[in-house]
Design a protein around this ligand. Structure first.
Ligand code: Z5A
Length: 209
């Protein structure tokens, strides 16, 4: 898929600081003269937002199967990519995503331990060859990330998983970040000011390329 805009994605565990990273990057891209369109996953279209509510909801007496969770993530992604991301890239806009496919690899593949082939086949159906131009992976130790997330209020269904789930998810993120030449790792186990400087430097270097 050939497009004229760029697709930039922010990834990381809860509490990694994705919200402020999105704000910093959006400002830098706009200042360089591009139109920025922000997305989030799961979500970003009316139907995908409804899927987001379903997937984050604590169903209480009904067990949410790992297969249903995975399929819902890809259903939401199909809606977003075809209805929002690709049309905007075609217009030459820059799309800034709060999470994308790396989240499914990390949470469903690493955290839930779903077979990699199953995820690969859904990815092939949903995305074909489509990939982000740049990913900023914000790395946080799960204990610290959850502490920050808890400070914000109630935890959703996925956030209530035990620490080992998030440790597996983080390990998969680290492996993926190392393999992906278009991914930059930002260490967020430092002061917010230092993290923001690293994010600003990374995006400026990309814009100047
Ligand atoms: N999910 C999935 O399983 N598979 C998929 O394919 C996709 C998603 C796409 C989406 O939830 C859930 O779906 C998510 C993964 C799963 N679930 N979990 N668990 P979401 O997008 O609503 O939630 P989130 O991604 O977990 O967002 P978040 O908790 O809002 O994370 P954040 O945006 O990175 O956190 P933040 O709001 O920017 O920061 C949290 C707090 O920490 C805030 O008060 C900051 O001021 C503070 N903070 C940030 N950085 C620092 C530093 N460096 N020091 C101290 N304090 C800091």
């Amino acid at each position: 898929m050939q497009t004229s805009g760029k697709f930039i994605v922010i990834e990381g565990l809860e509490g990694a600081g994705k919200s402020s990273a999105v704000a910093i990057i959006s400002k830098a891209i706009s200042a360089s003269g591009h139109t920025v369109v922000q997305t989030r996953e799961p979500g970003g279209t009316p139907m995908a937002e409804a899927i987001r509510d379903i997937v984050k909801h604590d169903w209480n007496i009904e067990n949410v199967t790992v297969e249903a969770e995975l399929l819902l993530m890809y259903a939401a992604r199909a809606q977003l990519v075809q209805n929002v991301i690709l049309p905007n890239l075609d217009k030459g806009h820059w799309v800034l995503g709060d999470r994308h496919d790396m989240s499914s690899q990390a949470y469903q593949g690493g955290g839930r331990q779903i077979d990699q082939h199953m995820i690969e086949s859904l990815r092939a159906i949903t995305l074909k060859e489509f990939k982000p131009d740049l990913t900023l992976y914000l790395d946080v130790e799960p204990k610290e990330g959850l502490k920050r997330a808890k400070g914000r209020g109630e935890l959703d269904r996925i956030e209530q998983e035990d620490l080992s789930f998030f440790e597996r998810t983080r390990q998969r993120y680290l492996d993926l970040a190392q393999q992906d030449t278009n991914c930059i790792l930002i260490n967020t186990m430092q002061s917010i000011e230092a993290v923001h400087k690293d994010i600003e430097r990374a995006i400026q270097q990309y814009l100047e390329r």
